[in-house]
Design a protein around this ligand. Structure first.
Ligand code: PAF
Length: 299
């Protein structure tokens, strides 16, 4: 038996036990962090958990492949489900509580609430997956109500999702601090994602080029090139490498609003979604704008 498999599993909780456990921790004055996931855990999730442990006394992780954020025809059925391995990883990571509700518990018969989001939810992902943020927001709002965390952690890999959740928490007056976790990458630059399991060995090399294309785009912006020129160059490279490009854009890093024409002069993020066969990849990179003048586009 591997060392991993011999570890005791973290307590798994049904909703009543979750509420009782969290209430007990709260009565002891403990700070609670929450990391929502859809499972198929990788180092990116584990780094969020490790960050959560640094800022809170107890960490709750949820695993739930949320049907509300998949449209018909998307990969809901194919999405990797690895609950027992995930539980072992969580044991190794000293996670305090694993909450993995059933779909019928989250969305019982007659469930009819919907959340409509604008601001950072507008455009980008929403142009191609219009159902997505409504589905994410409703499940995250339900988890927030059930877990009642002080802090919740979301990865920057899903940058638009992070901003949407931040805005939702502000708009709904939820007393929860949203903390971002850095994107973890393989040595080739590919952002860690549960969906990387869909990629063949040869696809992986192509998938990794997305990060290089975005890094080149970000470098051009930090060198002072107007974003339309830099975007055109990035788009051409992506169109060459991938089967389809949903978007490659530079946006305000704080709001995801469109940038005015010309060089980027405010905190900026470049974001992309592309397709490799049936696999959709998303990634994003921060742009550093030192204000220096350069006269050459990055290769
Ligand atoms: O980022 C994810 O894994 C999901 O969108 C989330 C936040 C767990 C909601 O289902």
């Amino acid at each position: 038996m591997s060392e991993l498999l011999s570890l005791p599993l973290p307590a798994t909780a049904d909703t009543l036990r979750l509420r009782e456990t969290v209430a007990d921790w709260r009565s002891q004055g403990l700070k609670i962090a929450f990391v929502p996931t859809m499972g198929a855990l990788h180092q990116g999730h584990l780094s969020l958990i490790s960050k959560a442990q640094k800022v809170a006394d107890r960490v709750v992780v949820s695993i739930f492949v949320n049907p509300a954020q998949f449209a018909p025809g998307e990969d809901f059925d194919a999405y990797p489900r690895t609950l027992s391995t995930d539980a072992q990883y969580l044991a190794e990571a000293n996670c305090d509580l694993l909450y993995a509700p059933r779909a019928s518990d989250m969305y019982p018969q007659g469930f009819s609430a919907r959340l409509i989001l604008e601001g950072p939810a507008s455009g980008l992902e929403s142009d191609f997956r219009p159902h997505f943020f409504g589905g994410v927001a409703i499940v995250v709002a339900k988890f927030f109500n059930r877990v009642q965390p002080d802090i919740a952690l979301f990865g920057e890999k899903d940058y638009q999702q992070l901003l949407v959740i931040r805005q939702m928490v502000t708009d709904l007056d939820l007393p929860i601090q949203i903390v971002a976790g850095e994107t973890l990458r393989g040595a080739d630059g590919l952002a860690l994602s549960s969906r990387n399991a869909y990629l063949s060995e040869s696809d992986r090399g192509i998938a990794a080029s997305l990060n290089h294309i975005l890094t080149g785009f970000a470098t051009d912006l930090s060198r002072g090139f107007d974003w339309e020129t830099a975007q055109g160059k990035a788009l051409a490279k992506a169109a060459n490498a991938f089967d389809r490009v949903d978007y490659i854009e530079a946006r305000c890093a704080n709001t995801l609003a469109h940038l005015p024409g010309g060089p980027a002069r405010q905190p900026t993020r470049v974001l992309a979604a592309v397709w490799l066969g049936d696999t959709r990849l998303i990634d994003n990179v921060a742009v550093s704008l030192p204000g220096a003048d350069f006269d050459q586009l990055a290769p």
